[in-house]
Write a protein that binds this ligand. Structure first.
Ligand SMILES: *Cc1c(COP(=O)(O)O)cnc(C)c1O
Length: 366
């Protein structure tokens, strides 16, 4: 096999190796059909089994009660920024948003474009989104409260969800979906672009509670209504069949090989602590976020001065450690430690970071 590298890409991101091997092994003839999964009808029995399995596994992994529906919708997480306000805003009731970074800002903009009564009840923009706001009041009559559970670019993550005080929560969970068990009770809707933690690009998974569906105005274009996806088991039109097939494989891996969300959470905590330990005991690495809000999924940090940081990025790549450059809007470095990133990859990164610091120290002292 060709050498694979340690892949810390922020998204699209690495997938579990057994999943890639399974795809490779069986691609030309899906379950003995003589055709690949990309060459058969989305209404075939074969694809229906894949779709049903993906939904059932999601229900089991998240312990969903019957009043939640699992939908697959194209357009990524970004499409949800538009669909949420047009489907779920109640007449005369404000939309509450918490702004914690780039993705929240985009979600807010999309609601504002529609001329909705958008109230940003808290923001951490004053310190460049390096923390999560704790001091805010939710409007009692709000249609919903929207927040981003993990801020992929800034490197912060809600470890306790904001209290909606009875108002349904909605969360963009694109970059930490399925990385720990979720208490679904306060949530009216959660959504995630697949390409960080559950599969390849091409679809967002949306989990919506029954009562929210009653809000959907029937004046909306068919393809923009949540009810269309719910009523047709996400098969109103042709869904991205290959993407859903891979998602099913990833969920199978997560459920059967890893052992579920409690297990993956344990591993994810261990992975993140390996890198944070290096950062916390270093003279050249600096975390860019407040310690109590930092993310287990996207570890953001700086390395010495610009020159040293450049050298770090060049050297990591040379050493088979890929995808560590921070988002273009913020610079710096970022290690994305999604579910499929192995603990061995993270150990190698931690070891490299320590060695690099040793070399850099000698270089600085010389
Ligand atoms: C990557 C990401 C997005 C963008 O998702 P698309 O599927 O490209 O629209 C949105 N929100 C968060 C939190 C992300 O990490």
């Amino acid at each position: 096999m060709e050498q694979r590298v340690h892949n810390f890409n922020p998204g699209p991101a690495t997938l579990p190796l057994p999943v890639l091997e399974e795809i490779k092994e069986n691609f030309l003839s899906f379950r003995g059909s003589g055709m690949s999964i990309t060459e058969i009808s989305h209404r075939s029995r074969e694809f229906d089994e894949v779709l049903t399995d993906a939904i059932d596994r999601t229900r089991r992994l998240l312990k969903l009660t019957d009043d939640y529906h699992v939908l697959f919708i194209q357009g990524g997480a970004s499409m949800q920024y538009c669909m949420i306000p047009i489907n779920l805003a109640l007449p005369g009731k404000p939309l509450n948003y918490i702004n914690t970074g780039t993705w929240s800002t985009k979600a807010i903009k999309e609601a504002q474009i529609q001329g909705k009564d958008v109230r940003v009840i808290a923001t951490s923009e004053d310190r460049d989104f390096s923390y999560l706001p704790t001091d805010f009041r939710v409007d009692k009559d709000a249609s919903y409260l929207h927040f981003t559970s993990n801020n992929t670019i800034k490197g912060t993550q809600w470890h306790h969800y904001p209290d909606g005080e009875g108002v349904p929560l909605i969360s963009d969970m694109s970059s930490d979906f399925m990385s720990y068990p979720i208490n679904m009770k306060p949530f009216g809707l959660i959504y995630a672009g697949a390409q960080k933690n559950i599969g390849p690009a091409g679809v967002a998974m949306v989990i919506i509670r029954e009562d929210m569906l009653k809000r959907v105005p029937d004046t909306l274009p068919t393809m923009l209504r949540y009810t269309t996806f719910k009523d047709n088991k996400s098969l109103f039109n042709t869904p991205p069949t290959f993407t859903i097939y891979v998602i099913d494989l990833v969920l199978t891996w997560l459920e059967e090989t890893v052992g579920g969300l409690k297990e993956i959470e344990k591993i994810n905590k261990e992975k993140a602590s390996l890198i944070y330990e290096v950062i916390d005991n270093s003279e050249i690495y600096r975390g860019t976020t407040e310690i109590k809000s930092r993310s287990l999924m996207n570890v953001t940090f700086r390395v010495g001065d610009e020159e040293l940081e450049q050298r770090f990025l060049v050297e990591t790549t040379k050493n088979g450690l890929h995808g560590l450059k921070g988002h273009k809007s913020v610079g710096g470095c970022r290690a994305s430690l999604y579910n499929a990133v192995t603990i061995e990859s993270v150990r190698d990164l931690a070891r490299f970071m320590r060695e690099f610091e040793g070399t850099a120290r000698r270089f600085i002292q010389a």
